[in-house]
Write a protein that binds this ligand. Structure first.
Ligand code: HEM
Length: 146
């Protein structure tokens, strides 16, 4: 068996090619983030949590677009710290994370070209949600599902 050793630049290009194949670019991410947070703000449980914490929505949406471009296209534009940003939130439950993920998935189903694109974002969102919950609630939160 032969192993191909790829440079960092080749790996970056492969991620970009794959994202382009899935219809993921800055315009898609911008629409995804705008639509998702409009739904979050209108949600009876999540809306008050976000609206109570975030004063400058333009800045928050710009940050989240950089975040998703970095997660989905390796854009390297986000350098924040998600764990402390969530750790300080009071009264958030594991069920709220399920609600968040359900709303994110429904938004993707409405906007994405294919199921593969939905799955691409959901895999990443679920992984990040798991690590945020691990930081917020400890190991037990991962053992009990639902
Ligand atoms: C119930 C679930 C969640 C709630 C209630 C929530 C709430 C919030 C709030 C209020 C902020 C603003 C904090 C601040 O500016 O001080 C924030 C920031 C952020 N959230 Fe969430 N969030 C949730 C889940 C998630 C998930 C699953 C992800 C990623 C997949 C995510 C990604 C981010 C990022 C990247 C930021 C910006 C952090 C920074 O300042 O750099 N959040 N979230």
């Amino acid at each position: 068996m032969t192993y191909q050793i790829r440079s960092a630049e080749e790996r970056r290009q492969a991620i970009l090619d794959n994202a382009a194949r899935l219809g993921i670019d800055d315009a898609f991410i911008s629409k995804l983030v705008d639509t998702f947070y409009a739904r979050v703000r209108a949600h009876p449980r999540l809306g008050p949590i976000f609206n109570g914490e975030i004063d400058d929505w333009d800045a928050h949406l710009a940050k989240l677009k950089d975040f998703w471009a970095s997660v989905a296209m390796n854009a390297g534009r986000y350098s924040g710290k998600p764990v402390p940003a969530h750790f300080k939130l009071q009264g958030i439950t594991r069920e709220d994370f399920q609600t968040w993920l359900g709303l994110f998935q429904a938004t993707l189903e409405d906007l994405a070209d294919s199921e593969e694109t939905v799955a691409y974002f959901m895999q990443r969102a679920e992984r990040i949600a798991q690590s945020l919950q691990l930081a917020m609630f400890g190991l037990e939160s991962l053992e009990r599902k639902g």
